[in-house]
Design a binder for this molecule. Structure first.
Ligand code: ZN
Length: 159
């Protein structure tokens, strides 16, 4: 799905991207604080994105303006993901073949070890064959200890 997130939802943004969703995060754009709300409403409408916010006032304005919006009530990441999963009837699954770059929302492409060997330290390359590179910012990802934490959080969401 395509989302747009307010400035308080940076962590959630990265997770939704890893779960393969196209998320524009206003906190990454250079928009002054007071102009963020009008920008969010306009862009959500123009690009038919679901607006995610923790701001009740913005949520109300979205409703009046005909923008699809979800008010995020939970403060922990699993509870936020659960709300979205429930409201949007979405299964939150992390599959690197479909993930987007958590840092910039770019699409990831699978790479062979030979293709990334100059970019990573030997300790990371050892024992791994598959990597993913962001087509936008060039960051390289792999299954590592970080991956275990991701899967744990996804399991919590499923409960
Ligand atoms: Zn990227």
């Amino acid at each position: 799905m395509r989302f747009l997130t307010d400035g308080m939802l940076g962590k959630l943004t990265r997770w939704l991207r890893m779960a393969g969703h196209d998320v524009v995060y206003v906190g990454e754009l250079e928009i002054p604080g007071e102009k963020q709300d009008p920008y969010l409403l306009e862009r959500a409408k123009r690009e038919r994105r679901v607006l995610l916010t923790r701001d009740v006032e913005l949520y109300r304005r979205a409703g009046k303006g005909g923008v699809r919006c979800l008010l995020i009530r939970g403060s922990s990441l699993p509870s936020q993901l659960r709300e979205i999963s429930h409201e949007c009837r979405l299964r939150i699954e992390i599959n690197p073949e479909k993930s987007r770059c958590p840092v910039c929302n770019g699409e990831l492409r699978r790479k062979k070890k030979e293709e990334v060997k100059d970019l990573l330290p030997p300790g990371v390359l050892r024992g791994r064959r598959t990597f993913w590179e962001c087509s936008e910012c060039g960051k390289v990802y792999w299954r590592g200890s970080h991956w275990e934490n991701i899967l744990k959080t996804v399991e919590e969401v499923g409960r």
